[in-house]
Structure formats: structure tokens, C-alpha cells
Design a protein around this ligand. Structure first.
Ligand code: AMP
Ligand code: MG
Length: 280
């Protein structure tokens, strides 16, 4: 069975050959429920309430923030969900579907400290959180947890993908990446990040949505990244981290047993030692 729908500003595609219609309904409902809790574009979401009120009780938000904090430490700060104010300062202040040209704004270095205790989350100091670099992958994992109870499945949330078990008609899933590459995977996750799609005119130049936390401005160097990891939240966050600051992110990939294929802004492709075995 397959299911297609739009959520989190992107196209979702689910495939689980042994799933019932009711299970597919639950999977789609799960994505919509998580979006309503974690989106920074929904004023009533737990994330928006946290950014506004500086404290909130929400089990899901606290789980995602712990995952984000773990990746921040592993990547020596290349991935940092606390760059919310800088993302807005760069011009990404509303849903991408509504974004037009913006004035080039100064960077905004404010970053709050995040204190998590059970389900309760508190922000100390100024600045905002943005889970755009990890929440989609985290959601893909939750949907794969749900669907895999029925058998093998593939969950694709706008290019952040998890697969569990072999498909019925092949020995692995063939996953197209961009126009040029195909990745073969039986169990695990693949995610991509790019500075070329979510970009906009700002002042005299072009801005995009991935911030180098060191400078507080859109990162330079890489335009596209593909990461393969054991879980989609990791692949998602590491693909973002590589664009933010490749040198800081690479040790985290090695430690997590993840592989990557990256494109530099001059067009050159480069990959980690183990990536080749996934390319078809
Ligand atoms: P992705 O499309 O998964 O690469 O995520 C990009 C999104 O992550 C952006 O739209 C921001 O919401 C957020 N973001 C930007 N820079 C960073 C960063 N250095 N660390 C964590 N999240 C970021
Ligand atoms: Mg990402």
C-alpha cells in the first residue's frame, strides 16, 4: 500500500506493502500531529510556545531537543538548533511557500541555553530555537517505527528517507537522489540538504537557510549533501551540519558510522570512504 500527502512544507510518500488502510491513516495522522507540535510556523505549536513563553511542558519537544543537543555536541556546534534568531535574521521568517525577496539583514547571534528536565523545557537567555534541520528526519523515524510493525516499509518525508526491511520485489530499496545518483539501501536512512532550493534574494545577494553558527550567516562552501545513517534524524541533522561547517561535522559522521556525498560550490563532488558501496 502507498500513501502520498503534503505536510511540513513538503511531499510525503509512504510505502508499506502489508499495511492496512487504517495503519496508513494513522501514519499520516502522526505526521500531521507532530507538525502541529514542532512547527515554528504554527503559533500554537509547543515549539512556538517555548520560543514565546520561554518554558513549556511537552514530551515530544523535549525528546527532539535532547536529540538535537546530542548532535550539537557531536558536531562541535556545526548543528545547532539555537540558531533560530539567525535564521530569521537571514530572512527566513515565514513558511518558505510564502517567502519573497527580503532586505539583507544583520546577523543575529542570540542563542538561548536549553534546559530539559523530563517533559519540561526551559530557555535561558535570549534567542530562538529552530528544529527545521532535524524534526523532519525525527518524524520519518517515528512513522517508520509505526509502519514497520506491519512489515517492510519506506518513509519519504521530502527527501529525508527511512527504510526498514527488504521490499517485496527487490533485494533493496533504490532511492533516487537528485537527477544523478541512486542509493541502494535495505535498512537505514538517507537525507539530503541543499542551499539551492530554499534560497532567496536578500539585499544585493542571495541568502539561504543553513547558518554557520560560527558566523551567524548563511554558510559557504557546500551546496548539496547526502548522508546515510542508521536513523533519519541523524542523517537529517548531519546533512544540515555538513553544509553549516563540514570540518566540524565530519568527525561526527565517522563516529556515528554514517557516510556522505557532498558537492562543493564549484561543482566538485567528494565522498567518504564507505559511501561508494551504497551508490548504484
Ligand atoms: P535541512 O533542510 O534539513 O538541511 O534543514 C535546514 C533548516 O535547519 C533550516 O531551514 C533552519 O530551519 C535550520 N538550520 C539552519 N542552520 C542550522 C544549523 N547550523 N544547525 C541546525 N539547524 C539549522
Ligand atoms: Mg537536515
Amino acid at each position: 500500500m502507498e500513501r502520498e500527502f503534503r505536510a511540513m512544507g513538503t511531499e510525503w510518500w509512504l510505502r508499506a506493502d502489508r499495511a492496512s488502510m487504517a495503519l496508513m491513516d494513522r501514519a499520516q495522522g502522526l505526521v500531521e500531529m507532530i507538525e502541529s507540535r514542532l512547527s515554528r510556523f504554527r503559533p500554537a505549536s509547543a515549539l512556538s510556545r517555548l520560543n514565546r513563553d520561554r518554558c513549556v511542558e511537552d514530551e515530544m519537544l523535549s525528546a527532539v531537543l535532547l536529540a538535537a543537543e546530542d548532535v550539537r555536541v557531536r558536531t562541535s556546534g556545526a548543528f545547532d538548533a539555537r540558531v533560530g534568531s539567525a535564521v530569521v535574521a537571514a530572512g527566513y521568517d515565514r513558511s518558505f511557500e510564502d517567502l519573497g525577496a527580503t532586505d539583507a539583514a544583520p546577523s543575529d547571534p542570540r542563542r538561548p541555553e536549553v534546559v530539559v528536565a523530563g517533559a519540561s523545557v526551559r530557555l535561558v537567555g535570549e534567542g530562538a530555537l529552530d528544529l527545521g534541520g532535524i524534526a523532519k528526519g525525527w518524524t520519518v523515524d517515528r512513522v517508520a517505527d509505526l509502519l514497520s510493525a506491519s512489515g517492510p516499509c519506506l518513509v519519504d518525508g521530502g527527501g529525508d528517507i527511512a527504510v526498514r526491511g527488504r521490499p517485496r520485489d527487490a533485494s533493496e530499496w533504490a532511492i533516487g537522489i537528485g537527477d544523478e545518483q541512486t542509493v541502494g539501501l535495505e535498512h537505514g536512512a538517507v537525507a539530503t540538504s541543499s542551499t539551492l532550493h530554499r534560497c532567496w534574494r536578500a539585499g544585493n545577494g542571495v541568502a539561504h537557510h543553513i547558518i554557520d553558527p560560527e558566523t551567524g550567516r548563511p554558510a559557504a562552501g557546500l551546496t548539496n549533501t547526502v548522508v546515510i545513517a542508521r536513523a533519519a534524524y541523524l542523517a537529517d541533522a548531519l546533512a544540515t551540519a555538513l553544509i553549516a561547517d563540514m570540518q566540524r561535522a565530519l568527525p561526527a559522521l565517522r563516529e556515528a558510522g554514517a557516510e556522505a556525498l557532498v558537492q562543493h560550490s564549484d561543482g566538485r563532488w567528494e565522498m567518504t570512504a564507505g559511501m561508494g558501496r551504497f551508490l548504484r
